[in-house]
Structures are given as C-alpha cells and as structure tokens.
Design a protein around this ligand. Structure first.
Ligand code: CMC
Length: 391
C-alpha cells in the first residue's frame, strides 16, 4: 500500500537520515571538521585515542581524562581464550575483513551485558571493549592469514605501538617499534575516524535503530565498509596500480579505458558522493606518502604510477566535468604497503580508524529520544493483484 508521501531517493542522494553534532562536511569547499575542529588541525595535533574521545564525548579530553581512557583501554585488550581459538576455525585464505566482522559479531556472545542498550554503564563498557579489542582482532586476522602464532597484547605499549607489535612481532625475537611508522599510522587512523553518514556509519545506525547491541551494529558496519565502492577501495587501488604496472599499458591507455566505461573499469580511489572540489583527507594522505616512504627508506614505483594517474585525470575533461578528485583511499594503500601490511589488511586498517566514528554515531542515535527504527519506504513496481490460477 502506498502511503502517499513516498519520494524516491535511490542511494540517499538528497535525504538526510538523521541530525548529528559529530562531524561536519562541506563537500563543495573540501571542508571536514570533527566536533567543529578542522581535520588539518586535528591531524597535526592529536592522537587516535584523543580524537576517539573527542568524537564520542564531544570535547577534547583533559590530560587526566585521556590518561584514564587510555588506561581503561589497555586493561581490556585481552580476548577471551575461547575467542582466540575462534580464529582456528577459519581458513587461512579467509579475507581479514570477513574474519574481523565475524569476530566482532562473536563479541556479543561473550558480553551479554551489551544487549542492555539503555544502560549507560554497559554502553560505556562496550565502548571500551570495542576500542581495546578491535585492533587485537585485526592483528589476529593478519597473523591467521600468514599462518603465524597469535601474540598476546603488550599493554606497556601505546595503542598504535601495541597494534604494530601484534602484527609484526613474533614469539622468537623482540620487536622494536619504529617511531616513524607508529606516528604515520596514528595519523592515518585519525584521518579515517569519522565521516558522517557514509554507507557503513548509516548501516551501524540502521542496525542500532532496532535496539540491536553495539557489537552487532558495528559488525554490520564492518561488512558495509568491505565493499570496493567504500572502504574496500584502498585495496582495489593497489590492485589497479599493480595491474597497470604489470600490463605495461601505461597510465594514459588505462584512463582511456575508464572513460570508455569498459566493464568493471573505474578509476579506484577517485570520486566521492560528497566532495566535489577535493577530499581534504586525500591531501593530507598525499603529503604523508612522500614523507613516510622516505623515512622508511622505501621507494615504490606504484607511487609514481599513482602520481601520474592523478595528474592525467585531473587534467582530463571527463574527470573535471564530473568533479572527480582523488579520495582518501587513493594514496593510503601505497603507504600501508610501505609499512609492511598486505593489501588484504588495508580495509581492516580503515575499520580500526573508523571505529570511534561508528561508536559515536551509535551512541548519539541511542541517546536521541527522537530515534525511530530505520524503515525506508519503497515504490512498488511489481504486478497489480493477480488471481491465483485454477489448476
Ligand atoms: N572512475 C570513473 N568514473 C567515475 C568514478 C570513478 N572512480 N566515480 C564516478 N564516476 C562517474 C560515473 O560513471 C558517473 O558518470 P556518468 O555521469 O557519465 O554516468 C559520474 O562519475 C557520477 O558517478 P556516480 O557513480 O553517480 O557517483 P556516486 O556519488 O554515486 O559514487 C563513488 C561515488 C565513490 C561510489 C564513485 O565515485 C566510485 O565508484 N569511486 C571509486 C571507488 C572509490 O574510490 N570509493 C571510495 C570512496 S571514498 C572513501 C570511502 O567512502 O570509503
């Protein structure tokens, strides 16, 4: 039955699904702000956990608030031993994003208190558990894909250093965190922390609007992020750059194929629903790329291909007229690769980055007395009533 007020907005191009006080984007001017602070200032002056606090609680934390937050998160990094064994049940070939979403979903089974979504104490505890355990789960997904032993977290280390050690350390020798790598990863995570009502955050809100617990909601968000049009683009960009390199066809020819709209050929890491002048995160990532590769002593021909692609595309009328610019995913893969992560981990890194934004949005939705279950309308295009044939 049509209700009379249904307007079709496929892909939510014109419709706001919520009010929110967390993140502001002006896509025409390339502006992104977390709780009013420009992303450029945030990235230059903070850490992942400080920004997580800002997004979730609305203000920059005091030194003691941040210390307490950090301390609590360190205390919750361990996974239940049974959950560590959960990784044994999955194939080595599993994509780490599938492992990540499955393990986050499984967290609900260990923390029954998370179903109590109206109890602020439980919501707070679930928040800390997610922030503490997601990086550990992510590192285990990585280790699993390598067939290596899962390490225990080292809680004497900072959030990012602990994560690096879990990924790149091993049982046999000491692992020394490279501070350049640590700083660079922290900065990249900050740039991903929130981006208002993107597909994964909207998914988290939609699932959360049914009063499902935060682990279930965020597991759904991780699955939404997986797709190559969203977070999966960072892995797809590296694949594209590798294919251009291996085929030897050259950047110009590849761009011609994109413009001819050959089946399945898109310039990955380009274009954005909201940004129509530039993506401010992409600018900051590009700055980092040179710096990080030089600091790590890595030179990668894929970075040259990426630069050439950007140059060619930005001078081409096809991309100019459609307002297509590099997005955050265009250069991140090259940096993650230089850090030693395999391409299949790139979107997992995006998920760790985005976690505070998902939590902040879930909590904002949960606390808003005006929240209603998300239930879009449709315009029915099927047949009118038909009589069931007499046989
Ligand atoms: N390469 C070639 N053409 C493109 C691209 C691209 N990357 N993006 C959009 N277009 C064209 C599209 O074919 C269409 O052309 P026409 O008007 O001739 O039909 C026009 O530009 C408008 O595109 P659209 O698909 O209607 O735009 P959208 O807002 O629905 O999609 C997007 C946005 C991000 C899904 C899309 O730009 C895309 O597929 N980009 C590549 C994937 C990617 O990099 N995703 C990461 C997004 S940023 C980080 C994140 O959200 O996770």
């Amino acid at each position: 039955k049509q209700t009379g007020y249904t307007a079709l907005d496929q892909g939510f191009v014109n419709t706001a699904s919520t009010r929110s006080a967390i993140t502001y984007i002006d896509g025409d001017r390339g502006i992104l702000r977390y709780r009013g602070y420009a992303i450029e200032d945030v990235a230059a002056n903070s850490t992942y956990l400080e920004v997580a606090w800002l997004l979730i609680y609305g203000e920059i934390p005091s030194a003691s608030q941040l210390e307490e937050f950090d301390e609590k998160i360190r205390r919750h990094t361990l996974l239940h031993e049974d959950l560590r064994r959960f990784f044994d049940a999955l194939p080595h070939s599993a994509h780490p994003m599938s492992v990540l979403s499955s393990a986050v979903s499984a967290l609900s089974t260990y923390y029954e208190d998370s179903h109590d979504v109206r109890d602020p104490e439980h919501v707070e505890l679930s928040t800390i558990r997610l922030l503490a355990k997601l990086p550990v789960i992510a590192a285990y997904a990585h280790k699993k894909s390598l067939g290596q032993a899962l390490l225990y977290p080292d809680n004497s280390l900072s959030f990012v250093d602990n994560f690096l050690k879990l990924n790149f350390g091993n049982m046999a020798e000491d692992y020394e965190v490279n501070p350049v790598l640590s700083k660079a990863l922290d900065r990249l995570l900050i740039l991903h922390e929130d981006h208002e009502q993107n597909a994964s955050t909207s998914t988290v809100r939609l699932v959360g609007s049914t009063e499902a617990n935060i682990f279930a909601s965020i597991s759904a968000g991780i699955n939404a992020l997986y797709g190559p049009l969203h977070g999966g683009a960072n892995e797809a960009v590296l694949k594209m750059l590798g294919e251009i390199q291996q085929s030897g066809e050259g950047v110009q020819k590849f761009v011609e194929r994109v413009k001819r709209k050959e089946e399945g050929v898109r310039l990955m890491g380009f274009g954005h629903r909201v940004y129509k002048s530039f993506d401010p995160r992409a600018r900051l990532v590009k700055e980092s790329a040179d710096e990080v590769l030089a600091d790590l002593g890595v030179s990668d021909p894929l970075l040259d291909i990426a630069r050439e692609l950007e140059e060619v595309a930005l001078a081409d009328d096809y991309f100019i007229s459609r307002k297509l610019y590099p997005n955050v995913d265009f250069y991140t893969g090259v940096i993650y690769k230089a850090m030693g992560f395999p391409p299949r981990m790139f979107t997992v890194l995006f998920a760790i980055g985005r976690l505070p934004g998902w939590i902040a949005n879930w909590r904002e939705m949960n606390e808003d007395p005006n929240t209603k279950i998300g239930r879009p309308q449709q315009l029915y295009t099927g047949p009118e009533t038909r009589a069931w044939p007499q046989r």
